[in-house]
Ligand binder design. Structure first.
Ligand SMILES: [Zn+2]
Length: 262
């Protein structure tokens, strides 16, 4: 599943290409019936919160997209020709078009439902309005292991399986450490690390968590297995020791138990 950096990147790219324009909005597949209610309206702005993407149109109409496991966008020049028949949503601007296939959610949200959805999401390290105190308070009252909680979007929004493993490695935190036992310094370091990794992901358009001085070559040429410390690896890039595969929140959690003793 895409992590928060992918969704923020989409919000930036789609906002740059489409905001301020009157859009043609359709659903070639026919499953997004409310497309007609957005067709011919001006897109005011786009924004992301965690893994949720929002398009704010005039008349306060808000389109909500969640890619889920299989959703993806295809970009093309306008007018869009040769659109896949499975396209749930087609956004056509003056020059660029974006076709969405296979999302978990593609829906028009009322202001009330939008508020309800946002209320269920924790702070997003990529958003300037993110409040670290809210995260601190949420962790302080949980006995649950931090590895499990990092995938809970109601605590921190936008973190997925790669960033949770990598941020825990970089901060040296054992994934089974109960949240409430983390020190203030550990929580601060974890938050800062997640924020930095996600920001790099938005910029790089991919996940590279390894520090510049530890990369074996130019950033643009790094292979996938060299771009991470533990995720999907057999040995830890930092210490060379074996990587453990734990199960946490029903997903495989990669960890180096030699590096992660905190
Ligand atoms: Zn290690």
């Amino acid at each position: 599943m895409p992590e928060g950096h992918t969704i923020h990147r989409l919000a930036l790219d789609h906002g740059k290409a489409l905001a301020g324009q009157v859009l043609r909005v359709s659903s070639p597949q026919g499953r997004f019936e409310d497309a007609a209610r957005l067709d011919g309206l001006r897109l005011v702005r786009t924004e992301a919160h965690g893994k949720h993407l929002f398009y704010v149109f005039e008349k306060s109409r808000v389109l909500h997209v969640h890619l889920g496991l299989f959703g993806r966008y295809f970009a093309a020049k306008s007018p869009a020709t040769r659109v896949r028949p499975t396209t749930r949503l087609l956004l056509e601007g003056a020059e660029r078009s974006f076709a969405l296939v296979g999302p978990t959610a593609c829906e028009l949200l009322s202001p009330t439902r939008r508020r309800e959805l946002l209320a269920r999401l924790g702070p997003d390290p990529l958003r300037p309005d993110a409040d670290l105190d809210v995260v601190r308070a949420a962790l302080a009252r949980r006995k649950t292991p931090i590895g499990q909680v990092l995938l809970d979007q109601s605590v921190i929004a936008g973190v997925g399986n790669v960033y949770r493993a990598e941020a825990l490695l970089v901060t040296g935190i054992h994934p089974e450490r109960p949240c409430k036992d983390l020190s203030d310094d550990q929580v601060d370091a974890l938050w800062a690390t997640l924020g930095r990794m996600l920001q790099d992901g938005v910029r790089d358009r991919r996940i590279i968590t390894v520090a510049p001085e530890e990369l074996p070559g130019p950033r643009s040429k790094i292979r996938r297995k060299e771009a991470v410390y533990v995720y999907g690896r057999r040995t830890c890039l930092r210490c060379g020791g074996p990587v453990s595969k734990l199960t946490s929140a029903n997903r495989t959690l990669y960890a180096c138990l030699a590096c992660q003793t905190g």
